[in-house]
Structures are given as C-alpha cells and as structure tokens.
Write a protein that binds this ligand. Structure first.
Ligand code: SAM
Length: 306
C-alpha cells in the first residue's frame, strides 16, 4: 500500500506507468478548492478513508480522471493488470449512458431523471446530455460516497430552464431517495430511473429487485428503467478474478450478475430493442455501424413502464 495516504491526487501526478492516460478531451477533471489546496488530512475531515480504495474514485481513475488517491490508483492498476478490459468497460458504460439519455430526452420525451450511483463528475454527465437536448430536463443525482458529495456542486450547475439536485443517500433505501427527490421531481410525471454500475453494490439479488420495484411502483406509466450491470458471462476468468481481487482489497464489495438475474430488474416492463446486451452494443452510434463494437462484460438495457 502506498504511504502517501493523506495527500490527494492533485496536482496531477500524471498517469501511472502503463496506466490509462488522462484524456482531457474526454474527462472533466473537477478539482475542488479543498483538493487543490492539498490540505493534509482533509479526507478524514470529510469523513472518508483515503487509505482504502473506493469505487467512485477507482472508476474515476479508469476513466482517466484525477480525483483519486494512491490507494485507489494502486488497486485500480492491479485490477487493470489482471483484466485490461476494465478501462473499456468504464468507457463503454459512459458511452451507453450518453446514448440512453439522448434517446430518453429526445425520442422518448422524458424530462425527469433519477440517476442513482452518480459517480464523480466526468464528461457528459446525465444533466448535460439531457439538457443539451431538452433544456427543461430535471435531474436528481444520488450517491453515498463522501467525495462525490464534495463534488456535488459541480453536478448542480445545470441551466436555468431545468433543475439539478444531489442527494447523499444509500441505494438500499429507495423510500428516502423518493422523499428527497420529490423536492425536485414530480413523480406524477414520467421519470427515467437510472442505475448505471450501481445495482451491483446491492449484493443480494432479491433486495436489489425490491429496490428497483419500489422505485418503479412510484412512477407512472411511460417511465423508464436504465441499467448497466457487470457480468461474468461476457468477461471470462480474468474478469472474475479481478472482481474477487476487488472484493478483497477495496470497497464497497461488488457482485456480477447473469443475464437472467439482470432480467429480473425488468420484470413487468417493456424491454426496448436490442434487449439486455453488452452495453457497448446497445444501439451503437452510426460511427461504429460498420460492425458491432466489441462486447464488454457489462450488460446495458432500457425498458419502459407500460
Ligand atoms: C461504477 S460507479 C458508476 C458511476 C456512473 N453511474 C457511471 O455509470 O459512470 C458506481 C457509483 O455507485 C456509487 N454507489 C455504490 N454503492 C452505493 C450505494 N449503496 N448507494 C448509492 N451509491 C452507491 C459509488 O459511490 C459510485 O459513485
């Protein structure tokens, strides 16, 4: 474990040798004043442990971001060595988010988004994609990582015609999420409920299905569910081993799910074409229409409430 545990990543140390390069055209590297001032112990002051790798920060590392600490980069790099495709997973997930939200704000006419498991701000966050198409879109972000909370103000910079809000809450508690989100969203109107890379932190499948059901029960017909979820079915043994490594060395623990298990989240809903597929293959952009993009071990799917 690296010794420099009280010093956050910025100013940018540059990519680790062999690590994914930061791509400033793709990644929006927010650095709060607290971070750039480089105050020792600030992580502790904010209530989180910088010595243990945490998902939001490692995900940020794989995306080429700078909002991560030595422990995050160390585990992120170990996982990448075991399963180099993890960087493609992160990028494909973000691209899926963009395509799904563009479809929802465009063709589907959705104006409300509840994005649970937001992650650290990066390029093309949900509110930016939606409000680019429909400026009156209203977005509520939900995460339980204290560093995401520090950056939440960056997520709250929407445009005057719409609204963005951030809720510090646990995905295991959909009732609290609905109560807080109701200050910004009108749950009498169709709403997109989004779980991208976050249902995998609700380890018990029955519990995860119950969380989704609770939320879907509280939105009207014409609402949507968007899920991106890791799976062992597409990634092989290296991917499985890297997830075991994650669960031994980082937080929170993660579980992959089979296609049949992911299908349980969509019961009673109308799955849009092409169904539950590798998220890289969910309605790929025309640029890649010459052939389907390579699969990544992360399912993506969108469904409509009838
Ligand atoms: C893999 S990142 C995905 C971020 C973003 N949705 C994306 O697709 O790029 C997962 C996010 O879920 C958050 N998360 C994990 N467990 C959670 C929980 N129990 N409640 C709320 N958020 C959680 C993490 O903090 C992290 O920001």
């Amino acid at each position: 474990m690296a010794e420099d545990t009280s010093t956050p990543a910025s100013p940018d140390p540059g990519p680790l040798p062999g690590g994914p390069p930061a791509d400033p055209t793709k990644v929006w590297n927010f650095q709060s004043a607290a971070i750039t001032e480089n105050q020792p112990g600030w992580g502790g002051d904010l209530g989180f442990d910088t010595t243990v790798a945490h998902n939001a920060r490692v995900w940020n590392y794989w995306l080429g971001g700078r909002d991560n600490f030595p422990a995050d980069r160390e585990v992120g790099e170990q996982v990448r060595q075991m399963f180099p495709g993890i960087v493609d997973v992160a990028r494909a997930d973000r691209a899926f988010l963009g395509r799904a939200v563009r479809y929802l704000a465009g063709e589907a006419g959705i104006r409300q988004f509840l994005d649970i498991g937001t992650g650290l701000p990066t390029a093309d966050n949900t509110h930016e994609v939606a409000q680019r198409i429909a400026p009156d879109s209203r977005i509520v972000y939900v995460d339980n990582d204290p560093l995401v909370l520090v950056h939440a103000r960056a997520l709250l910079v929407g445009i005057p015609e719409g609204a963005t809000d951030y809720i510090d809450a646990d995905a295991h508690d959909p009732g609290s999420i609905l109560r807080a989100a109701a200050e910004t969203l009108d749950f009498a109107k169709p709403t997109a409920i989004m779980f991208l890379g976050s249902l995998n932190f609700i380890l018990d499948t029955d519990t995860a299905v119950a969380v989704v059901d609770h939320l879907i029960d509280h939105v009207p017909s014409g609402s949507y569910l968007v899920v991106a979820h890791p799976t062992h079915e597409l990634g092989g043994e290296a991917n499985a081993a890297s997830m075991r490594h994650w669960n031994e060395h980082a937080t929170p623990p993660i579980t992959p799910r089979s296609r049949d298990e992911v299908a349980r989240f969509f019961h009673g809903l109308e799955l849009l074409e092409p169904g539950i597929v590798s998220c890289s293959r969910w309605r790929p952009d025309s640029a890649s229409a010459g052939g389907l993009p390579p699969e990544v071990p992360q399912f993506g799917a969108v469904a409509r409430k009838l």
